[in-house]
Design a protein around this ligand. Sequence first.
Ligand code: FMN
Length: 187
Amino acid sequence: MKKIAIISPSVRRGRKSHRVALWFKSYLEENNLAESEILDMAEYRFPLFDERLKKQENPLPEAQKFAGKISSADGVIIISPEYNGGYPASLKNVIDLLTDEWRDMPVAISPVSDGPFGGTQVITSLQFTLWKMGAWTVPTMFPVPRVSEAFNEEGLPADPESMSKRTARFTGELLRCIMASELPAED
Ligand SMILES: Cc1cc2nc3c(=O)[nH]c(=O)nc-3n(C[C@H](O)[C@H](O)[C@H](O)COP(=O)(O)O)c2cc1C
């Protein structure tokens, strides 16, 4: 069974995007598609980035734990709320923390907003950063507009049928990229 890590970056009180992380976890597990774990930045509460993990002299155990979770995952889903047209500092904080862990890692992005556009303005900057780090960004995205209407606090969708259909396509693309990433590289 493949392992998928779901990064939930919002540390805001009353946050909404975490609902989408809950949904992906239950969808993957209930459909026996993958094991999954939510890496919740509100739990990790990392300090502001001051150096890449591999260059730190006394790394925090939480940072090492986070790095281990990413490197042992076969693929990653990043939930990204849109803050002023970009992705949150809490997400950049942990992307920059890691280096080799991102290389060849299939990463699928789900931008989220509470407005009508589904946070899609975060896509270009987030994809570009991940591409710079050697991650395999999955072309299919999963925008969630009006998140507080689309999901309740437990991560249950208001329209389970259409949400499941979209999620099947999105997670299917991620799993296909995971399989492709396991093929040996050409010499
Ligand atoms: C600082 C800040 C900036 C925001 N900027 C945008 C924006 O540029 N576009 C947008 O559609 N929504 C924007 N929003 C609304 C968020 O997408 C919405 O609040 C969403 O629920 C944020 O995710 P969170 O609740 O998990 O933190 C902003 C919210 C915050 C807190």
